[in-house]
Design a protein around this ligand. Structure first.
Ligand SMILES: N[C@@H](CCC(=O)N[C@@H](CS)C(=O)NCC(=O)O)C(=O)O
Length: 270
């Protein structure tokens, strides 16, 4: 049965699935979507993924949405190498961690990517009418409003401030977990490491690596993942170089605002 991944090189959720496909040594076909152009809103794609987001995996006749569910599916359907701890309790802890990444970190990174960089890129590429059409097409009303807010207010959006708080907390938990061990959960490289790493790399491009903490644990863990054979086999595992340059150049422009936000939050209650 063929595997086809509908994805985007730049999307963090797609990056997670590509990491698992590579670990499992699977061959797959790709359909690349350009999210800035709005390919995700095309009627044919909405039939596969009604939320108009990537990735979507098609395996034979089966259609699977949601990156973490896709990764669980791949780990079940293609057993080697296993990407879950063998015992039930560490597996439950791993799932809880992944849920927090999906529920909290994913929206936080989405908001900050928009507030720091994508809002500028959007202004350069689209007319005000096209931008309005883009927001109106976002299926999830909460997500639509968060994006609109970050587009209008940038780092002054309350959601952006809250996103920095969320990331700071998550990074503290991760650094503590990585103190003295190579991987986040259950003593082996797992779906937890896969779930978190694209967001940490995106943080670096957005000028947010200061939130990783000063012990170097997250930086070294990213290096360990990047050095895995599977990761080396992926072309642009964290998105294209030109996309990274675009993020980094807007992050440089936002440095002073970010500094002010970090300083304000330093003394705010956690
Ligand atoms: N919970 C979903 C989230 C998917 C998601 O938000 N994907 C983003 C890229 S990382 C997307 O497709 N965005 C399209 C848009 O913003 O219009 C998953 O894990 O698959």
């Amino acid at each position: 049965m063929d595997l086809t991944l509908y994805h985007s090189t730049e999307s963090t959720c797609s990056q997670k699935v590509r990491l698992v496909l590579a670990e499992k040594g699977l061959r797959w076909k790709e359909v690349l979507l350009n999210l800035r152009r709005g390919d995700q809103f095309a009627a044919d794609y909405l039939r596969l993924n009604p939320k108009a987001v990537v990735p979507t995996l098609v395996h034979g006749d089966g259609v699977i949405c949601e990156s973490s569910i896709i990764n669980e599916y791949l780990d079940r359907a293609f057993a080697q190498p296993p990407l879950k701890p063998p015992d039930p309790y560490p597996e439950a802890r791993m799932r809880l961690f992944i849920k927090r990444i999906d529920d909290d970190v994913h929206p936080a990174i989405g908001i900050l990517s928009f507030a720091i960089a994508l809002r500028h890129q959007m202004r350069e590429m689209k007319t005000p009418e096209e931008i309005e059409r883009h927001f109106n097409s976002v299926a999830d009303p909460m997500r639509r409003e968060r994006q609109r807010d970050a587009y209008t207010l940038g780092l002054n959006s309350p959601a952006a401030r809250q996103a920095v708080v969320t990331l700071r907390k998550t990074c503290q938990t991760m650094s503590a977990a990585l103190a003295g061990q190579a991987w986040l959960h259950g003593g082996r490289y797992s779906l937890a490491d896969v779930a978190a790493v694209p967001y940490m790399v995106r943080m670096r491009a957005l000028g947010l690596a200061e939130l990783w903490g000063s012990d170097g644990a997250i930086a070294h863990w990213i290096e360990r993942i990047a050095e895995r054979d599977a990761c080396r086999r992926i072309e642009d595992p964290w998105g294209t170089a030109s996309f990274a340059r675009m993020l980094e150049s807007h992050a440089a422009g936002a440095r002073a605002d970010l500094r002010a936000l970090f300083d304000a939050l330093e003394h705010a209650p956690a």
